[in-house]
Design a protein around this ligand. Structure first.
Ligand SMILES: Cc1ncc(COP(=O)(O)O)c(C=O)c1O
Length: 455
């Protein structure tokens, strides 16, 4: 049963204190750390200047005891929110028993079987890692091992981590001044229809971007493509959702050129989009899937899941060929097992679908009511929103977005709203009333921002 938004939490008028930013204890801790911490920490941490003391459910509390509704979830990592009792118990129990080693553990045995049970088709073989980029690089090694080919295709707006092997496939200016890049990698426009690189309209474009990629492979590559890697929804680009059927046409293309299709489900996996995996929205089976973030619910745990036949490819499949120091150790396995079991037991995939749909419906009304709100899009609890110059499709400036972030923070909501391509991805445990409370506050701040932008 949905309730009117304003009944839950009327945004209160701004006061000078609202602009105060983090409290004194947070700020003191932040400044003390800043003397020795190397630059380059995540923007949200630097911009907020918060020192987080503890969390519970979807709430975070800073050192000054201020409460924040978290629409960020550590960029999609905190699937279970904070201090989930089952997760806490599983990690505490395991750390007191044994936490290091690549030997079989009961948790890892149960975990890899569980993954095989919930993934579609014959995506049955899992290898485990401790960072997303590391898993993606391993997926590349596996693609080379299986196909005997060497080249890779990624997408504009894509993000797969920051290590050298994935840097060339990072579809943004982030890689500037960090060359030379690994040869044999190519980047092509994503089906980002609201901001089509070719100025076309879907579906009358007849998949122009895919046709372009076909041509690009023919003309630019050495016809030795090992893999096409794609995010089913592009997270870093602003939770951008391609039209239905996109993964299917990429699957067909990969098959045609004898490449594997890698679905990077790091962000979209484990219920984030209202299905267990985002590939299920298109009914497509990739050859390899990379997972992370919500998988370990905060414990650094990532993985490569491959189809039976693919995973057997050598040298990846040789002893120590796909291993790493920390991947799948007993503590990581206990954490990830607790994460997935809780997602299943507590119906969090369904919660993501239902609460996400409610949030999306509310936010879509803003397109009519708040002149700086442009496209709003979403699947489950992965929602994107463009902030635009009123009456245009042009994105507002980062400084204007930053005002929104700061103001929202000062009213107790944390969100990735410091860029004009806003990303909303709260913990999967968020309840409808919590989501709507946060949105009511956000609506008020966006209304004020619209007046400022107008002025
Ligand atoms: C889709 C996707 N793949 C890979 C990564 C890289 O993960 P990590 O930061 O753990 O290396 C990210 C991180 O945001 C991601 O969003």
């Amino acid at each position: 049963m949905t309730q009117p938004l304003t009944a839950l939490a009327e945004p209160r008028p701004a006061t000078p204190a609202d602009r105060a930013g983090p409290g004194p204890r947070s700020l003191a801790a932040f400044n003390a750390e800043a003397e020795f911490l190397a630059p380059g920490t995540q923007s949200v941490a630097l911009f907020s200047r918060l020192c987080i003391d503890r969390g519970e459910g979807v709430m975070l509390y800073d050192l000054d005891g201020r409460r924040y509704i978290d629409l960020l979830a550590g960029v999609g990592v905190a699937a279970l929110g904070y201090a989930h009792p089952k997760y806490v118990a599983a990690v505490q129990r395991q750390v007191a028993r044994v936490h290091v080693g690549s030997f079989t553990s009961e948790h890892r045995a149960a975990l890899v079987k569980l993954i095989a049970d919930i993934t579609p088709g014959d995506l049955n073989r899992t290898q485990l890692y401790s960072s997303g980029a590391e898993a993606v690089e391993s997926a590349f090694r596996l693609a080379k091992s299986y196909t005997g080919k060497t080249e890779f295709i990624g997408f504009w707006g894509g993000f797969h981590g920051k290590t050298s092997g994935v840097l060339p496939l990072l579809g943004s200016s982030f890689k500037h001044h960090l060359g030379p890049l690994m040869p044999g990698t190519y980047s092509t426009p994503y089906a980002s229809c609201e901001r089509c690189a070719f100025d076309k309209t879907f579906p009358s474009c007849s998949w122009h971007c895919v046709e372009f990629l076909r041509k690009k492979i023919e003309v630019e590559t050495t016809n030795d493509v090992a893999a096409i890697i794609v995010e089913p929804i592009q997270g870093t680009a602003g939770n951008v959702i391609p039209p239905p059927g996109y993964l299917r046409v990429l699957r067909e293309l990969a098959d045609k050129i004898g490449a594997v299709l890698i679905a990077d489900e790091m962000l979209t996996g484990f219920g984030r989009t209202g299905k267990m995996f985002a590939i299920e929205h298109d009914g497509v089976l990739p050859d390899i899937m990379t997972i992370g973030k919500g998988f370990g619910a905060g414990f650094p745990m990532t993985g490569v899941i491959a189809r039976e036949q693919v995973a057997a490819a050598k040298p990846w499949a040789n002893p120590s060929g796909s291993s790493s120091s920390y991947g799948g150790n007993p503590l990581a396995a206990a954490a990830a097992r607790a994460s997935i079991e809780t997602i299943i037991e507590e119906g969090l995939v369904e919660n993501s679908r239902v609460v996400g749909a409610r949030m999306l419906a509310e936010m879509k009304t803003w397109q009519r009511e708040i002149p700086i709100v442009g496209e709003v899009r979403g699947r489950g609890l992965m929602i994107g929103m463009d902030l635009v110059v009123p009456g245009t499709n042009k994105l507002i400036g980062k400084d204007q977005a930053r005002w929104i972030f700061d103001t929202l923070l000062s009213r107790g909501v944390l969100a990735m709203i410091y860029n004009p391509e806003v990303r909303i991805n709260p913990p999967l445990v968020i309840r409808e009333e919590e989501a709507l409370e946060a949105l009511a506050i956000m609506k008020g701040v966006l209304g004020e921002a619209a007046e400022r932008v107008g002025a």
